[in-house]
Design a protein around this ligand. Sequence first.
Ligand SMILES: [Zn+2]
Ligand SMILES: [Zn+2]
Length: 212
Amino acid sequence: MIHVKTFYFNELRECTYVLWDETGECVIVDAGAETDSERRRLTKFIDGNGLKPAALLNTHGHFDHIMANAFVVQTYGVKSYIHAADNEMLEKANEYGNLYGYRIEQPPSASGFLTEEQPFCFGNSQLQVLHTPGHSKGGVSFYARDDKFVLTGDTLFKENIGRTDLRGGSYEEIMDSLRRKLMPLPDDTVVYPGHGKATTIGEERQYNPYVQ
Ligand SMILES: [Zn+2]
Ligand SMILES: [Zn+2]
């Protein structure tokens, strides 16, 4: 069974998730810890619970989700993975960060690319990769079917959806991702988004004005 810990990091209150199972192996999803104290909170949780990081997974390449990629990779010696279509944002993190007035430590290059064909495995667990573009070209969601949850990055939020006015964004694409990839999931699937509170697919089906 996969356990989920949520952190809210940096000025944009980005959600960083630590997922782990009974083996003690964990993955970090979206490393947005900006300050030293945020980074200490993250490592204290991982080390304090005796977890062993197996990888860093990125739902997409926006700067608020990758601010601590360099820190996590250096601290734990893990490999990082992103969808190929968002790799340019990772490679040019400084440039993109500067646009918004942030100085980003250059994230290490991805060790591999996420695709729908290949589930990501850690410990005894498996995450299905759903390509959910629209907020960015290479946005992905991580779906844990047995444990009934999905990490949606900035594609689906509680009663909202991600911006589509940034580079690589597309309203048609995000609506298509929601319609074809996320909303068909069972109603009791817990949604852990890239910002804000968790919700469920059923609640969003009922209350989210974008997916009625
Ligand atoms: Zn984003
Ligand atoms: Zn974000």
